[in-house]
Design a protein around this ligand. Structure first.
Ligand SMILES: *Cc1c(COP(=O)(O)O)cnc(C)c1O
Length: 373
């Protein structure tokens, strides 16, 4: 059968046929038709965060991490000091790329099962005047925790610190309002909750800090200030644009708007999440997180206690039935993850859990229940 598998992963994810069909044409990077698509995408992105007054948006070629790296390179001066609020794998990645770019970086550790604390952040900022910027991962895709963006932004604003937000897995699904929430840079990408295909990121930069970003970047390709100036002057991308990704994102955004924008997307993902957790619970599976701190984006489940369980076999058995699961990313516990995002609804989630039930049967496992802790 040549039917695509359903991707229960946090990007790439399942896209609509309409989005895929948008990629069947060739586009010239200098051509006015293509540059109009870029302009339209940028305008729509700014509207999603109500940021047209306060921010600009700069797209960048590459996967989401390229844009995180570019945001930090562009916004943080070379003698800046970055504090990364760390409650998971994507936080550690942000810290590592910050250090590799030669910026001073401090990790502030939190429990990976809990949101970071804005109160603790305030205490740390008061005790160390050298910190210039704070990095927050909005939804920590490692475990699936929702971090307190508004509270962290308020602390940064009160203490005069720059805030850089990795909103990769939340943008488009969770509310982000630039009129209420002050951030210097916020990063997301084409292939997550906007349901485009992977291949480009984009960074919102606060207009008030834009001029001061000139010359910060130690990298030519990662310099968003330069990319911005070039795009404003010429309407073109600085280097070869990912043309098919851009037109697919344009089509995906049209469907996002038709669906009802961010509130409608959140509502669908929430139904996916609720369907998933209820159906998995009927098989004995237990989520790792307390529902109170869980974003409806990706769910980490404990591995079953049964000694016959092994992720590779489990993955292959679900895959044969058309569903791709995602491995866990916790440091100590054996887990696996299931994404709730993409062009899927509760029907696909029910079918996925049915595939999981059959996978357990294949493995001779009676229940998905984890070991008692
Ligand atoms: C997906 C994701 C990224 C980017 O990962 P890439 O593999 O580079 O696309 C960064 N941060 C978070 C929180 C993510 O979910």
């Amino acid at each position: 059968m040549d039917r695509d598998k359903i991707l229960l992963t946090p990007g790439p994810l399942t896209t609509t046929l309409r989005t895929k069909l948008a990629m069947l044409r060739d586009w010239g990077s200098w051509d006015a038709d293509f540059n109009a698509v870029t302009a339209s995408v940028r305008k729509s992105l700014l509207a999603i965060v109500h940021g047209a007054e306060s921010h600009v948006v700069v797209p960048l070629q590459g996967s989401g991490t390229f844009s995180v790296e570019a945001a930090i390179a562009t916004v943080v001066p070379r003698d800046g000091h970055v504090l990364v609020l760390d409650n998971g794998a994507y936080c550690k990645r942000a810290a590592r790329l910050t250090m590799l770019m030669g910026r001073r970086c401090t990790l502030m550790p939190f429990d990976e099962a809990q949101p970071v604390s804005a109160g603790d952040l305030e205490h740390t900022l008061r005790g160390d005047a050298s910190i210039s910027h704070v990095v927050l991962i909005h939804c920590e895709t490692g475990a699936g925790v929702l971090n307190p963006l508004q509270a962290v932004a308020d602390v940064c604003a009160r203490n005069g610190k720059g805030l850089i937000v990795d909103a990769m897995s939340s943008f488009g699904a969770l509310e982000i309002d630039a009129r209420k929430t002050r951030f210097d840079a916020l990063v997301a990408a084409s292939g997550k909750c906007l349901e485009g295909v992977p291949g480009m990121g984009f960074v919102f930069i606060r207009k008030a800090i834009l001029d001061g970003c000139a010359g910060n970047s130690q990298s030519l390709a990662m310099d968003l200030h330069d990319q911005y100036l070039y795009m404003e002057k010429t309407t073109q991308w600085r280097f070869t644009p990912p043309t098919h990704v851009v037109v697919a994102l344009h089509e995906a955004i049209a469907q996002f708007e038709e669906e009802g924008g961010q509130p409608a997307r959140l509502a669908r993902y929430t139904r996916n999440y609720e369907t998933l957790v209820a159906a998995m619970a009927a098989l004995g599976f237990k989520p790792f997180l307390d529902p109170a701190v869980q974003a409806p984006i990706i769910v980490t489940f404990h591995a079953p206690a049964d000694a016959r369980y092994d992720f590779k076999t489990f993955y292959a058995a679900a895959r044969r039935r058309g569903f791709l699961l995602y491995p866990g990313k916790l440091t100590t516990l054996e887990t696996f993850r299931v994404g709730c995002i993409g062009a899927i609804g509760p029907t696909e989630i029910e079918q996925a859990v049915h595939a999981v039930a059959l996978a357990l049967q294949d493995m001779g496992i009676a229940s998905g229940a984890p070991a008692r802790s």
